[in-house]
Design a protein around this ligand. Sequence first.
Ligand code: HEC
Length: 139
Amino acid sequence: MQVMEVTMSCIRTAARALMLAAALAGTAWAGTPQEQLGALSARAGRSPSAAQGQQFFNAKHGREWSCASCHNAQPMGDGKHANTGKTIAALAPAFNPERFTDPAKSEKWFRRNCNDVLARECTPAEKADVLAWLMSLKR
Ligand code: HEC
């Protein structure tokens, strides 16, 4: 009887450790839009502004394209690449659950696209503003 109880308690402890490990791995590898927004805002040192994000996204910054040129002014639906014509899936996370779930992917595309649009990287504040606006778009 006693052995049974010890065994059960071992199994429970192991299960708990496993769940904790999964939770930690989740934050390290997957990320959520909310977590990415938190990290960007921390780096920016201020709260994000969805209104500024919308303006930034739709404005040209001295070059040929705005973000909206490829992603649509209303990025709840498919966009179309301004150069290749290829379809780009919706950028707003409520309309595309894969968006902003992989920080490495988001960073890679922020870097590439900001360079195309602004001829420089976007600042953490600019990225946080854009993400805050994208997250404010709901079904
Ligand atoms: C020339 C076309 C083009 C322009 C202009 C453009 N993008 Fe993109 N963007 C893409 C493509 C292509 C992808 C990758 C394909 C995909 O993820 O659907 C992408 C992906 C992204 C992602 C990845 C999101 C994720 O985590 O899945 C972000 C963030 C992004 N763009 C932001 C921006 C911002 C901000 C601007 C304006 C500064 C911008 N883009 C302008 C073409 C463009």
